[in-house]
Unconditional design. Structure first.
Length: 172
């Protein structure tokens, strides 16, 4: 199957690692957060602030269901994509889904280095640890492959993803 989708917590590296995986395969890279920003003409954080979390999830679902994903592409949806059963069903049918399983300390450090962003369900969960506990069964449910990332550079993580993909594609 000539598409890959990266899923995982915000800050786990879906966009950065996904882009490197795409480059190494000579494939296109598509970040659905960027698609939403381009369609709406606002930064993602601003959109979440404007419409609220439930409406953002509806916009994200609509995007996952409507975008035409080309052949030979790596897709990086937002970390909240797993809240859309129909969106994930579509991605699982048209791509190999890779869960970037990053330790929470790494997630926290990566998020801290970035501009503020709305993380869906974080306020309700109370902490990143509690949010991960809620999301983990969903990430695992939709993943064809789980790649554990531990204090490696994005380049090394991309190599790990590619090695596991090669093995998965060989068997499936
Ligand atoms: N393995 C890594 N090593 C160092 N920095 C990383 C790594 N993965 C991601 N980052 C950094 O963390 C931030 C969030 O990464 P990003 O790819 O946007 O995550 P996601 O798309 O999963 O939210 C970026 O600044 C990125 O450069
Ligand atoms: O996990 C989340 O709740 C979110 C993750 C973000 O994308 P990244 O996972 O690419 O950071 C973005 O879609 C939005 O801020 C919500
Ligand atoms: Mg991203």
């Amino acid at each position: 199957m000539s598409r890959v989708t990266m899923i995982g917590m915000p800050g786990s590296g879906k966009s950065v690692v996904g882009r490197i995986v795409a480059e190494r395969l000579g494939w296109q890279f598509l970040d659905t957060d960027k698609v939403i920003e381009a369609r709406r003409g606002v930064a993602l954080q601003e959109l979440i602030d404007q419409v609220g979390e439930p409406a953002f999830l509806a916009i994200e679902e609509e995007t996952l269901l409507e975008v035409e994903f080309p052949d030979s592409c790596v897709i990086a949806p937002g970390g909240s994509a797993i809240y859309s059963g129909s969106g994930m069903q579509r991605l699982a049918e048209l791509s190999t889904v890779v869960f970037l399983d990053a330790p929470i300390a790494e997630v926290r450090a990566h998020i801290a280095g970035q501009a503020p962003r709305g993380i869906i369900g974080l306020v309700e969960a109370g902490s990143l640890e509690a949010l991960l506990a809620v999301r983990l069964p969903l990430y695992r449910r939709w993943a064809h492959l789980c790649v554990s990332c531990c204090e490696a550079t994005a380049e090394v993580e991309a190599d790990q993803v590619l090695a596991q993909l090669a093995s998965y594609w060989h068997k499936n």
